[in-house]
Ligand binder design. Structure first.
Ligand code: FES
Ligand SMILES: [Fe+2]
Length: 327
């Protein structure tokens, strides 16, 4: 860490998987360039370093025996805390070296997603703005899990940038005839920033924009919440959680909570959302460098349209993004 850094990116919760993906069979996940092994055990989910301390074999290629993670190379066994509890080649009763352990990481389940912190976390898992996830009037809808060839920083920044709508999503989210962004105030809160605009969406000439508001909330580092609220009280809040798998790759999870039944069939709804996301991916994967710049002096910013992004980049300047080597 240098003087300007107050935290490391490893000190935040990051999503790695849908809860349903984790089974009793160990599997490999990658977070911040680090290989992890995850599996479900009697008391929950364990996430450990996917490198055996003995000779470096991938434990995700192993299996669970008597509740312990078994290395496929020489059969060493680890419990969920990462402590080695059995070395089969040792004579019965011989002590297990105290150094025989692998790092175990913080793990939590929230919104149907598995979250991991590689160090003691300095901030909570990002929260839905109005506690939609615990409100019984809201139902959860898992939209998609996507892998993109760009960084989590670039991807989340795009999710709170409205000035790309007329160009990337013409006649869906934006109007190419009216690309100017109205002034909006960026507010800070303890997890990041938020701002509100009129309801998002393309409004054909002669028609009136629906009432209500759209709120963009960026929970640092890589989560965002998009709330669409209509005047009649219908609210939909889409949580977008980007996992920084490597410096140039991100896996995202999208989870909607809403208090109404949409008119579209779910399949058609997902197709419409995927169409917009494909448009985002197509442009984002051309952006160079893939990593988000860690200094506000890089690239060019225009005050009003980039206000949310400028706030994010100011925050990034305080975080040590570490040397994210892909595995
Ligand atoms: S490498 Fe894992 S037991 Fe030897
Ligand atoms: Fe977009």
């Amino acid at each position: 860490m240098t003087e300007k850094h107050t935290t490391r990116i490893t000190q935040y919760w990051h999503p790695i998987a849908e809860v349903g993906e984790i089974t009793e069979q160990p599997q490999r996940f990658v977070l911040l360039g680090k290989a992890l092994v995850a599996y479900r055990h009697a008391d929950g989910i364990a996430v450990l370093n996917d490198v055996c301390i003995h000779r470096g074999a991938a434990l995700s290629a192993g299996w669970i025996e008597n509740g312990n993670l078994t290395c496929p190379f020489h059969g060493w066994q680890y419990d969920a805390s990462g402590a080695c509890v059995r070395i089969p080649a040792l004579a019965a009763g011989a002590p297990i070296p105290r150094a025989a352990r692998i790092p175990a990481y913080h793990v939590a389940e929230k919104y149907g997603i598995v979250w991991v912190a590689l160090e003691d976390p300095v901030a909570p898992i990002p929260s839905y703005p109005q506690g939609e996830d615990t409100n019984p009037e809201y139902e959860r809808f898992f939209v998609a899990r996507l892998v993109w060839n760009t960084s989590a920083g670039r991807a989340v920044e795009n999710s709170v940038d409205i000035s790309h709508f007329p160009y990337v999503h013409p006649h869906i989210l934006g109007d190419p005839e009216h690309p100017e962004v109205p002034h909006y105030d960026v507010h800070t809160y303890d997890e990041g920033i938020w701002y509100r605009t009129h309801r998002e969406g393309y409004v054909p000439a002669g028609e009136q924009r629906p009432g209500g508001f759209t709120e963009y909330r960026h929970a640092f580092p890589f989560s965002m919440f998009l709330t669409n609220a209509s005047e009649d009280g219908r609210i939909s809040c889409l949580g977008v959680f980007y996992s920084p798998t490597g410096p140039k790759t991100t896996t995202s999870f999208r989870v909607i909570y809403r208090n109404f039944q949409p008119t579209l069939e779910r399949e058609d709804e997902v197709m419409a959302i995927m169409h917009v996301l494909d448009q985002d991916r197509d442009v984002l994967e051309t952006v160079r460098p893939e990593e988000i710049p860690v200094s506000l002096r890089e690239e060019l910013h225009v005050k009003v349209p980039d206000a949310a992004s400028i706030a994010f980049r100011r925050w990034i300047e305080t975080v040590d993004m570490l040397d994210l080597a892909p595995v």
